[in-house]
Design a protein around this ligand. Sequence first.
Ligand SMILES: [Zn+2]
Length: 223
Amino acid sequence: MLKKEKAVVVFSGGQDSTTCLFWAIERFAEVEAVTFNYGQRHSLELECAAEIAKELGVKHHVLDMSLLNQLAPNALTRDDIAIEQKEGGLPTTFVDGRNLLFLSFAAVLAKGIGAKHIVTGVCETDFSGYPDCRDVFVKSLNVTLNLSMDYNFVIDTPLMWLNKAETWALADELGAFEFVRERTLTCYNGIKADGCGECPACKLRRKGLEDYVAERGARGAER
Ligand SMILES: [Zn+2]
């Protein structure tokens, strides 16, 4: 039913957004990806995204969002600030309004190319305090975007209620488990695939992977 429609995937080259890209390719007639360049700690992130988009035959837009650096210099954009999380506080990777800005720019791009669907890998389950990853925010923004541009966008959030293990399960269902494991970059230290193993992003990714592999093994043994 959705096979006639066109979608734009907000794409970073990481595990979550790559899984979303596979999810969208399966559903929509046409898929394009948009990556935001905001002076990431590692330009490898952008290279990774470009490589994946090319390999999957997806048109790839890279938008310059370096102004984020001007607004909120922090650990995600500046490599001279360490990543840390104070108890009860947001991690230093947080940029206020980042998803608001990204999704708004993605929407302008989407309307311009005739796409109604905007796919994003935001997730409330592993909610680490980012207010603009919450479902209520996405729904509210969806209404705002529709009103602001007089257009019927649908923001799709396939990962919203999944935990990290379930995100691996989804990648596996989409036939993309190995691809996502080997080709994506999640690590804050800029190491592809299984990463450095030490940073918070690697720890979270590995925990999910181990849980999923254990669960899959248990299921296999039952058969
Ligand atoms: Zn790492």
